[in-house]
Design a protein around this ligand. Structure first.
Ligand code: SF4
Length: 183
């Protein structure tokens, strides 16, 4: 008789908003026990941070997805990225921004005993999945935990998450999130 494993790895999935989280959640829940992690100190103004958080809470309640909220450390983020404030989107400021958010995610995942950590950031057509994945893999090897390497925008991932977002009436922002991307 074949043996079936009931083990499902636990993943802490960093998410920047409800729209970016919804399709990845459905994709990952086939293989993982997913917990969402909302840590986005880049978001400005605070009203924007709260608006996106409210959407994450909405999907968390609707689909019974555990949710952890990180600290809103916008001052810390501003000082980290100050030297690169004039860089275009996709430049070095964004690399630091990904790194800060993934660093907090891996630390939380490790602290709480998750098997994996990951992020929904690669679903955006504006974000370079290779940079995000290389940061994730580097952190994974330093901390001794698995990183869910992915390019979530492929196979129509972005289109699918937008369709779900519209269906659920989630907020769809028109800028990446930080003060510099508001222009
Ligand atoms: S443009 Fe987006 S990814 Fe780049 S620094 Fe601003 S919030 Fe972060």
């Amino acid at each position: 008789m074949p043996e079936y494993s009931t083990f499902r790895p636990k993943i802490l999935l960093h998410s920047c908003c409800g729209t970016c989280a919804i399709y990845p959640y459905f994709l990952l829940k086939k293989d993982f026990d997913v917990t969402l992690f909302y840590y986005n100190p880049n978001l400005y103004p605070e009203e924007e941070y709260i608006k996106r958080l409210e959407d994450i809470k909405t999907i968390s309640k609707k689909y019974y997805i555990p949710l952890i909220e990180g600290n809103y450390e916008n001052e810390k983020w501003l000082s980290l990225t100050a030297d690169f404030k004039d860089e275009p989107e996709g430049g070095r400021r964004c690399t630091l921004c990904f790194d800060m958010r993934l660093h907090e995610t891996v630390c939380m995942a490790k602290k709480l005993g998750f098997d994996f950590f990951g992020t929904t950031l690669t679903i955006s057509p504006h974000k370079n999945h290779e940079i995000i994945n290389s940061i994730g893999m580097k952190l994974a090897s330093v901390k001794g935990i698995n990183f869910y390497e992915a390019n979530l925008k492929k196979m129509d991932g972005f289109k699918k998450t937008m369709e779900l977002s519209k269906k659920l009436n989630l907020y769809r922002q028109n800028y990446c999130g930080c003060i510099y991307s508001m222009k």
